[in-house]
Write a protein that binds this ligand. Sequence first.
Ligand SMILES: C[S@@+](CC[C@H](N)C(=O)[O-])C[C@H]1O[C@@H](n2cnc3c(N)ncnc32)[C@H](O)[C@@H]1O
Length: 219
Amino acid sequence: MKKQPHFIPALHFHWLTRWYDPMMRCLFPESGTKAALIAQAHIQPGQIVLDAGCGTGTLTMLIKQTEPGAIVYGLDVDPQVLDIARRKDGQQAGEAIILQQGTATCLPYPDGSFDRVFTSLMLHHLTRQDKQQMLREAFRVLKPGGELHIADFGKPHDFVMWLISLMMRWFEEIHDHILGRLPAFIMDAGFHPVEETAQHRTLVGTIALYRASKPMKND
Ligand SMILES: C[S@@+](CC[C@H](N)C(=O)[O-])C[C@H]1O[C@@H](n2cnc3c(N)ncnc32)[C@H](O)[C@@H]1O
C-alpha cells in the first residue's frame, strides 16, 4: 500500500476535518478574505488557475464561479478533505473544477502550466523548509508573467492582533509568518515584485494577503 506523506490536516486533527467548513463559517471572515484574494488576481477567461492546498474547495469553487471561463485546478494532499470538496463540487451547477491529490512541495504539473497560483491558509501547515520548497514549486509551474496569490497568517497589524499572536505563534508552523518572514521567502523563490495587499482581523490573528509576480523572461 502507498504510504501517505506526513501533513497537518485542515483542522490539525484528522477527526476534525469534517467540521472544517462549519468552523470556518462561524469563526472566520472566510467569504470576505477569499473574495478579496480572487479580486486582486483579475482572472481572465481561458486562464489556467491552481489552488494549492485547496482543502474542501471553497476558494477553488469561488474562483470558478467568479470567472467561469477559467480552467481551475484544486490540489490537496489529504484524500479525506478532497472527498468533501468533490461532494460540494458535485452539488454545484455548471462546469466542474479539476480536483487532484498531491503535495504542494512537489507539484504534479510541468513548468509554466498556470497563469495564477493561489494558496489559502496552507503555508502555515508547512515547515520552513517546505514553505520555501512550495514557493519554488509555485514559481516553477507559473508561466512568465504569472502571479501567485496568498492568504495566510501575517505579521500582527495592531495591538489586539499582536496579543493574539503571542499564543498563536506556537501553533502549527505559524512562527515565521508572525515574524513577517513570508515576503522574504516569496522573494527568495524568484518572485518580483512581492506585495502585502491587505490585512484582515480575525479571531486567530492577522490574515495577510500577498500578490507576487513571476517576472517575464526578459525582465
Ligand atoms: C487550513 S486548510 C485550508 C484549506 C483551504 N485552502 C481554505 O482556505 O479553506 C489547509 C489545507 O492544506 C492541506 N495541506 C497540508 N499540507 C499540504 C501539502 N504538503 N500539500 C498540499 N496540501 C497540504 C491540508 O490537507 C488542508 O486541506
